[in-house]
Write a protein of this length. Structure first.
Length: 110
């Protein structure tokens, strides 16, 4: 199994990577520092967004999935986040505002 990076450290690295590339990044919800799951909201200027959620493939490989499809609106994303928080109160939510819609993650987005 692949070693896991602590959630807080992963988020800090993600923020740094996005800011260096000129994107704006906000931690909308701070989760458990050691092992909280992570959700990303990729916001675009037209107020649409893409939500990404971490998942593991069969061999333990980390990937990102789009639980709401390629494009969603703010209301649908908010409802999804509220549902996930009820299920997992340790979850992190990070919002990235980038004109190009980049996620700034190295893992595969499926």
């Amino acid at each position: 199994m692949t070693p896991r990076l602590k959630a807080g450290l992963y988020v800090k690295a993600l923020i740094r990577r996005a800011e260096v590339a000129g994107a704006s990044v906000y931690v909308a919800r701070r989760g458990a520092e050691d092992a909280g799951a992570l959700l990303l909201k990729l916001a675009r200027p037209d107020r649409s967004c893409t939500v990404l959620s971490q998942a593991r493939r069969g061999e333990g490989e980390l990937v990102w999935i789009k639980p709401l499809g390629d494009t969603s609106d703010e209301a649908a994303a908010t409802m999804f986040f509220e549902k996930q928080i009820r299920y997992d109160p340790d979850i992190w939510i990070v919002e990235i505002e980038d004109r190009e819609g980049r996620a700034f993650v190295d893992e595969t987005i499926v």
